[in-house]
Design a protein around this ligand. Structure first.
Ligand code: TRP
Length: 335
């Protein structure tokens, strides 16, 4: 067992978008709990990133609290990890300004997410949307994080964070840790229930395509019963059976059964039985998360206690980084 201070540090930022999909859960979130013993983990609900696109203030506040409650419900233990709301730690914004002066206009212009979001929100191409990756770099570098769990869409931003860190180190002497992407061995990739060629996504127009981890039991079973399959009647994992393969993958992920065992279990049974069984298994598997979430979201005082303590820890760690940075770049000591 390693000593606490030898553990690698993981930083992860989570957008306050309300809820997670079954795909997020199986692919990533359910690993969070076990990771806390092996690593020092810092989780932040990134409300400051969220406002780079228009937000309804009441909704943002609600989504931020919900996201916070949800990560706890999914296994983040605020005693083991640091879990806080990004805007509660002003050091992120301060460091972001400093780092923006080591970031080039050209490199930010090349960010594909900026290009995509500008196209999507053509009437609001604000400076925050443009400098979004610098704030993300500040999130990570402020803690000197070793590892950052990210999906493919955030790879370019992490690469930029490494470049910014490297450039700063070159100008002012070795200081920042160059963060690496952390891709835990996951579970499987979960596909849309309506079009198994596509990834399961919250933004799918068809609500039956995507199971949300806070969906109630009936809703989950209904969505699985409507899942697209094929015209055979054989529960078996094989090329050309993308719908069934996806359902088998999900069933295997939540029950721990092997694909062969699943085939044996449903031999001679119809797809209807299989789909209902998958729906029930998923609903049962998510039940404790939903119960815990409901308990937490009803206890605003407890949540506040947790996120206030998280922000204090986060502030303390990052203030040290910032003081050193200020000294390095030639700012006069404030005290
Ligand atoms: N940009 C990330 C996303 O959209 C969220 C994020 C913000 C983040 N800051 C971060 C992720 C720092 C990892 C580390 O998913």
């Amino acid at each position: 067992m390693q000593e606490t201070n030898e553990k690698k540090l993981i930083f992860s930022g989570i957008q306050p978008t309300g809820t997670f999909t079954l795909g997020n859960y199986i692919g990533a979130i359910r690993n969070w709990g076990p990771l806390q013993d092996e690593y020092n983990c810092i989780y932040s609900i990134v409300d400051m990133h969220a406002i780079t696109v228009r937000q309804d203030p009441a909704k943002l506040r609600q989504n931020t609290l919900q996201a916070y409650a949800l990560i706890l419900a999914c296994g983040i233990d605020p005693k083991k990890s640091t879990a806080f709301i990004q805007s509660h730690n002003p050091n992120h914004a301060e460091l972001s300004w400093i780092l923006s002066c080591s970031t080039q206009f050209g490199e930010l212009s090349r960010m594909t997410q900026f290009k995509d979001k500008s196209a999507k929100h053509a009437d609001d191409i604000n400076a925050g949307l443009f400098t979004y990756p610098v704030l993300m770099a500040a999130d990570i570098l402020a803690y000197n994080a070793d590892l950052v769990p990210i999906g493919a869409d955030q790879k370019q931003h992490l690469e930029l964070a490494r470049n910014i860190a490297g450039r700063f180190n070159q100008k002012y002497g070795e200081f920042f840790t160059l963060p690496e992407p952390f891709i835990p061995e996951t579970g499987a990739r979960v596909m849309s229930l309506q079009d198994p060629a596509k990834k399961m996504s919250k933004s799918d127009e068809n609500p039956n395509a995507c199971v949300l981890i806070l969906d109630d039991k009936d809703t989950i079973i209904r969505k699985f019963r409507r899942a697209v399959t094929d015209s055979e009647a054989e529960v078996c994992y094989r090329e050309g059976k993308a719908g069934i393969n996806n359902l088998m993958t999900i069933y295997s992920a939540v029950t721990g059964k092997t694909l062969d065992a699943i085939t044996a279990e449903f031999a001679g049974k119809g797809y209807g039985d299989f789909k209902t069984a998958v729906g029930e298994a998923v609903a049962d598997h998510l039940e404790p998360v939903r119960t815990e979430y409901e308990k937490l979201i009803a206890d605003k005082a407890y949540l506040k206690e947790c996120y206030t303590a998280g922000a204090e820890t986060a502030f303390r760690i990052t203030r040290k980084t910032l003081s050193k940075v200020y000294r390095k770049i030639g700012f006069v000591d404030a005290r």
